[in-house]
Design a protein around this ligand. Sequence first.
Ligand SMILES: C[S@@+](CC[C@H](N)C(=O)[O-])C[C@H]1O[C@@H](n2cnc3c(N)ncnc32)[C@H](O)[C@@H]1O
Length: 522
Amino acid sequence: MAAAISLLSLPPRASSSFFTSVTCRTTSPSITPNLSPSPPPPQPLLLPPEPKTNPVSSSSCSLHCRHFQSCSGCTHEHNLHQPPILNEAVEFFRNIGVSNFTFDSCRLWGWRCRAKLAVRGSAMEPLIGLYEEGTHNVVDIPECKAHHPSITAAVDLLKQAMVELNIEPYDEDKRTGELRYVQMAVTTYNTSLPATERYKNGKVQVALVWNSRNENSPSFEKLNALAKCIWIKGGPKREVHLIHSVWANFQTSTNNIIFGNRWRHLFGERDFWEHVGGIDVSMVPSSFGQANTRAFDSLLHKLQKYVPYGASVVDLYAGAGVIGLSLAATRKCRSVKCVEVNKEAKLSFEKTVSRLPATLDSSISWHLADTSKEPLSWLMGSDVVVVDPPRKGLDPSLLNALQSLSSMKLKDNLGESTKRKIRTEKRPWILRERDTSVQINSQMEQDTSPSLPQTLLYISCGWDSFKEDCMSLLSSKAWHLDKAHGFNFFPGTHSIEILAVFRRGSGVNIKRKKSGKKRRPT
Ligand SMILES: C[S@@+](CC[C@H](N)C(=O)[O-])C[C@H]1O[C@@H](n2cnc3c(N)ncnc32)[C@H](O)[C@@H]1O
């Protein structure tokens, strides 16, 4: 759905001579499907009406969610377009000389396209939702305003199927029961629909986390019956085709880890595609996926502008390589190396690559590796470094490596030890990860004249860790901050996503040059 864009006035503390823009896209609250106990078919999906074109008021940007306060998902209910942390972010960037920080408020309701929900309660009254703050009591959230309406409808359908088939939710204390969690992921990729219809017609990949070791357990028949029931009630033969596919994950552990290692595809399409950052992206249920598809797409389009055509890029903390591959396709990169520690992401990477334009002349690779080990070897030879770490921020060793670039010059940019490795091994990352990396083009980039990265694109979902990492990078004088953008990835919460653009060097010379020019007499 197209979104209205308007410029908002700044929060009071930020209204100064500094120019900071806040782009707000607003929609009205969604109307969730009717949860009558009568059987399916699922209700038609009702999305928010078309957006307003006037600047938003704070009251029109309220959550209006009856689960607020009992559910731990949202922490504030008003001014969704301006999360409380925004003032602090504006101030932070202003204090370090970035005056043109922008904030894109993105979609405010129905934005969550990926949800992991706990299943508790009883077979007759299942509860599907999030834990109450600080407890393991599950709060049922059938009318969650953050969920994409297809998730809401699919949860409703799952509950109906559970009641019908007498499926026992998991009991943490007794360690009994059958269904522990469900992950719902929405794909809005449907090219047979007009672009404006795609988002609201999203289909759901349902992953049922089953309390058994594998398919051979006695309860497998029940799991299969549940999956089949969901598929029949929401699959392609229904008037509203809601369910994309159904998967099973087997987990018996007593810790808090949601997924076990064993997955099985049960019904529907195996491949799950989304379109973001200008490319088709494949996601398997076991790999990391961004929850806010639309906001991620906005971020990717912004990020692309900072990557020169033909650049050599390393994408660290890459997941399935969505960022790197989007850059390969849209910026015609000479090479893209993706580094990720979760082996589950490899399959998605390979599938995504299979849909890149055949004409793409880029050396593309994905490496199953820990970024914190020998980080310098990943940085060398790249013009642009992209980092997208988990909430805790950069690994200290990577931070050190990035800081150490200040003392390196192009001609002696490889330390003796690294040089030695390269002479004998040519490409250390290839040798180190020979069995676990994927090289797409047979023409491997040789990196005969390795360059030092000039641009660091830092994507952060953890504001506190970002501030620390940012100050460490700046204090090393290896980098200066050129631009910063915020995105409302998680409306209703205290989190924002940051895209920070660092350039190599302290930035002092550039400023001096500029001011020197101005002072020169005419
Ligand atoms: C915030 S996600 C970003 C994923 C990806 N950039 C995307 O947008 O889809 C962080 C990723 O870093 C990975 N990760 C965490 N620690 C890592 C490490 N030390 N080395 C490599 N990858 C790591 C996680 O498995 C996860 O896929």
